[in-house]
Design a protein around this ligand. Sequence first.
Ligand code: GDP
Length: 329
Amino acid sequence: MLNPFEKIKIPPEVEDFIKSYLNKIPSIGGNTPKDRELRRVKSLEDSLSRYSEFVSTFPKVDELHPFYQEMVRIVAGDVDKLKMCLSAINRAVILSRKITRQYMGLIRKSQDEEANKLMRQCVGRVNSILRKRSECVSWTIQVAKSLRKLKAIDPSLPTIVIAGAPNVGKSTLVGKISSAKPEVASYPFTTKEIHVGHIDLGFFKAQVIDTPGILDRPMAKRNKIELQAINAIKNLDGIILFIFDVSKTSLYSAKEQLDLYEEVKGLGKRVIPILNKIDDKDEKLYKEIKTKVNPEFEISAEKGEGINELLNYVIPLMKHEIGDKVLDN
Ligand code: GDP
């Protein structure tokens, strides 16, 4: 699925718009002075489409996939403000067009020597309407630009989310189970980079993403944006692979990892526990975690051990996910 924000036609900032129109005026001529001024006003009217197209190509937030709705909330911070700005820009265009039409009528009826003055009046009025909205325009452009960057995660694909404490091997596993090199993506909900890979399922694809800075620490320590990011992840169809580090170099105790596991299970998705780094296992840590979660898989993401078995289990689950979707639609 195409990122729905990619189709937004981003306009220039108001001051740039005005400057470029004013620069263009001398080059617009006509057969008579009246004809010339009419063409100049008409050209202003036509260029206002930059702003009406901005509004019409901006996706309606309420109609977006819930994952993207959450992204808008994170990026814009205030969805009501976004709606208000879009409608204010739209009203400014409608009003400006009304004015350009009025002035075209006045110019048609005017004397040749008056026409230029009327054109300048018209431009002045339209500029002042646009300037009143310039803050809204500027802010909405920034929101649109940030939303356009969110390309890598596709909520229409079944998704394998890799969770677990920092340094347990999440991104290593994304790389190991993806059919091609994962993309590195920046998202507004974490300062860390997210890896997004894909797994071929025959006719379909599943995506696999790690979650640095999100599903890797206790709920109480998360800020508002991270909580919104978790909401967004809950809206992706699929499963969560929860990775435990059982190595001698693990940065987290069994208890810390188990507490996090319980929290991730609370998200209401299917969570599959996996012990990683078994090539370097710490017997005590390994036993403590193993007895508590009874994991279905023990792997070494780095050495590639146990990866085929994991894929043989996960791929049918993803195919099932697609089957359910097809039946749902
Ligand atoms: P993330 O922070 O959870 O994404 O963890 P990374 O994938 O970046 O891995 C953290 C470190 O653990 C890196 O130095 C990896 O090379 C190492 N690592 C990952 N998987 C394994 C494994 O199966 N065995 C061992 N010994 N090290 C691993």
